[in-house]
Design a protein around this ligand. Structure first.
Ligand SMILES: [Zn+2]
Ligand SMILES: [Zn+2]
Length: 229
């Protein structure tokens, strides 16, 4: 042990330099930093535009760079510490972010687990182009006696949700477009209760809710007639 070395009071590790009286590893965990756990960039699946600073615009650089910039801007480090760079080790719902900084000549590295992603989306212009004015879609699919099955399902849907915006005939059933999501779910519950079906729900973002600062979601409920053996 050289005269200069010291021990970290937290983990007992021998170190040449203490940062805020801790070894650099303990300091990286104990210090008061503020690194976001969640950031995303929306990108339209149809036109590739991204949502940036309140507008849908054509990206001028890699979309991932926008995500990195956005994370960088919201990082707050303790007083004397300086951000060197950040790197997304992987993106998505369980992403890892490496944040590198320096303090008094010591390099500090922190790996943050979070949700950092480029979200697939449909921008308002593309949504309008498709003439979308519904928030729920119920897909009724028959295994046999399609007409009878569809008529019965439609009866329950009308009872629960009188404001059906559109009914589109399909090969083995119908697609029903509804304005109100809550009523669509209610209709699906009725059908599940009275008819032999398997239900599956899926969601898709279709617009941005500025008031709540989150995407508006459209639900699709698939109701498939059970096949009796
Ligand atoms: Zn330590
Ligand atoms: Zn678009």
């Amino acid at each position: 042990m050289s005269l200069k070395s010291r021990f970290c009071p937290k983990c007992g590790k021998e170190t040449e330099k203490l940062v805020d009286s801790l070894c650099s590893l303990c300091y990286s965990k104990e210090s008061k930093f503020n690194i976001p756990k969640q950031k995303n960039v929306l990108q339209c699946v149809k036109c590739d535009m991204i949502y940036n600073k309140g507008f849908w615009t054509r990206p001028a650089k890699q979309v991932e760079d926008y995500l990195v910039d956005r994370i960088k801007k919201s990082i707050r480090l303790p007083g004397d510490e300086q951000l060197v760079d950040i790197k997304l080790l992987n993106e998505g719902k369980s992403a890892e972010l490496l944040v590198r900084s320096t303090i008094k000549g010591e390099t500090i590295e922190r790996v943050i687990d979070g949700k950092f992603e480029i979200k697939k989306y449909c921008c308002p212009a593309c949504s309008r182009e498709q003439g979308i004015d519904y928030t729920a879609k119920i897909q009724v699919r028959a295994a046999k006696d399609t007409d009878k099955f569809v008529d019965e399902a439609l009866k329950y849907i009308r009872e629960a949700a009188p404001k059906v915006s559109k009914v589109e005939p399909m090969l083995k059933g119908v697609d029903i477009y509804l304005v109100n999501q809550r009523l669509a779910k209610q209709a699906a519950r009725r059908i599940k209760k009275h008819m032999e079906v398997v239900a599956k729900e899926s969601f898709r973002n279709y617009s941005w809710d500025h008031e709540k600062d989150r995407p508006k979601r459209r639900i699709t409920i698939l109701l498939k007639q059970k096949v009796r053996k």
